[in-house]
Design a protein around this ligand. Structure first.
Ligand code: SF4
Length: 457
């Protein structure tokens, strides 16, 4: 793989979104609330679109210092019991508004740590969902797990509840790194967890790793990679640590002097690409890798890959109904986000409301730009003519500013431009966010003094 120079990385390392939505979450507004979301749900029932359900369990036993999620660290399980009651009520409220023939093709539980829930509560929540929505027999059901405090019974409960995919948080096997981020999980614990998942017949196991963490070195992370590859996960997500202490105050617990330097971060990225390619994994885009027979790889080949709040997916034509504090729902025209603070979320549900804090109804321009960004992120290319025909636009006139910036990116070797297509080069794969940013009309209007996003590289 081609190595980008430090100068190039420095040039393009700037705050930028990960584009799990467009417009991105900072542009949702309080002007779009419960009333608007109820109307949207009502009018979208006739769409016949499939459903993808997301459930957010915000609790964790301890705090990982790098955490960027909406979570609450507590050992008081009564908080989770209480939350579960509100969650079930929220599910009821949305289920009442949903046409019975809409089919759930995808289910995802994230957090926090969904397996913070006891096995009996996992069963209770799953049974509740299945009783209220119309699940496809072959539903793709995934759950995020933390190997610490995960028991044999948790894994069995997930499988019994119909889950067939698991994503396990590993980050790094090196003890020095684990100590620096307050997440101690010996390798044997992870191996046991994966063995249980295999025994119980989970069809897809994803491992999350992270680069850019304190005390990481290229040499030591190479050991982690070798051992993780031995575990033979079906997919790997290797995220770059986003150090945003101005947004996530607890990240101040990470000593900045322990963070790897820019050249080391680059070395780590290169290592990941090289080692995973050597082991036969295919790069999907934006930190994601999968075995060559994985459906994400097939979807990328067929240009049917899509990107949403859960990352890459093959379920383009689904509406997402998301439950729990901070959860984000989506139809073709709307994004909404639930109240983030537990007290706000629970208070709204208690009063019989859909707990919407904010949202946005997207415009035709948003849809066109979202499609362009999605094609770059998913296909690593954009067919100009097909795109222009589909949206009935003159591509160059519509994207006048983007075309100029893309020309600069071409000079740096990140894209290849022709009259037919925009293609991400091998080098450009490191800079997907920067390439997508060319199509983002909101960035120009953003206040530069207030960084809203992590750095792109
Ligand atoms: S387990 Fe995940 S959600 Fe919980 S603190 Fe650690 S990183 Fe954050």
């Amino acid at each position: 793989m081609m190595t980008p120079s430090i100068a190039l990385l420095e040039k393009y390392s700037k705050p930028g979104p990960r584009y799990t939505s467009y417009p991105t979450a900072p542009y949702f507004t309080e002007g779009f609330g419960e009333k608007e979301w109820r109307e949207e749900i009502a009018q979208s029932q006739a769409s016949g679109r499939d459903l993808s359900l997301y459930v957010h369990i915000p609790f964790c036993d301890t705090l990982c210092y790098y955490c960027g999620c909406n979570m609450v660290a507590t050992r008081d399980y009564s908080k989770a019991c209480n939350y579960l009651d509100f969650l079930l009520r929220e599910i009821d409220l949305v289920a009442e508004l949903t046409a019975k023939d809409r089919v759930v093709r995808q289910l995802h539980w994230g957090g926090g740590t969904p397996t913070y829930l006891k096995p009996t509560d996992i069963a209770r929540l799953a049974t509740h969902l299945r009783a209220r929505f119309n699940f496809a027999p072959e539903v793709e059901a995934g759950c995020e797990v933390d190997p610490r405090d995960l028991t044999r019974e948790h894994v069995a409960a997930l499988r019994a509840a119909g889950f067939n995919r698991i994503s396990i948080g590993v980050q790094d096997l090196d003890e020095r790194v684990q100590r620096a981020v307050n997440r101690i999980q010996p390798e044997a614990m992870i191996r046991d967890a994966i063995a249980w998942m295999r025994e119980d017949g989970f069809t897809s196991i994803n491992v999350d790793l992270m680069v850019g963490l304190p005390n990481q070195s290229v040499e030591r992370f190479a050991h982690t990679l070798v051992r993780v590859i031995e575990m033979a996960p079906d997919r790997l997500a290797v995220f770059g640590y986003a150090h945003v202490p101005w947004m996530k105050k607890h990240q101040k617990l990470i000593k900045e002097q322990d963070l790897p330097s820019f050249p080391v971060r680059l070395g780590l990225q290169m290592l990941v690409h090289d080692k995973l390619a050597e082991a036969g994994y295919v790069y999907i885009g934006m930190d994601h890798f999968a075995k060559p027979d994985d459906e994400l790889v097939r979807a990328q080949r067929n240009q049917t890959l899509y990107r949403n709040f859960q990352g890459y997916t093959t379920h383009k034509h689904s509406d997402i109904y998301a439950f729990g504090a901070s959860a984000i729902s989506q139809t073709d025209d709307v994004y909404t986000q639930n109240w983030k603070r537990l007290a706000d979320y629970q208070g709204r549900v208690d009063a019989g409301h859909l707990p919407i804090e904010r949202g946005v109804r997207i415009t035709r321009d948003d849809k066109i730009r979202r499609d362009a960004i999605t094609r770059i992120m998913c296909d690593l290319a954009l067919e100009r003519k097909i795109f222009a025909q589909h949206w009935d636009i003159d591509f160059d006139a519509y994207f006048r500013a983007a075309v100029v910036t893309l020309g600069e990116l071409e000079q740096d070797g990140l894209v290849r431009l022709s009259s037919a297509r925009i293609e991400v080069t091998e080098l450009g794969r490191f800079f997907l966010r920067n390439i997508a940013m060319c199509f983002d009309a909101y960035l120009e209007a953003a206040e530069p003094a207030k960084p809203r996003y992590s750095k792109t590289i």
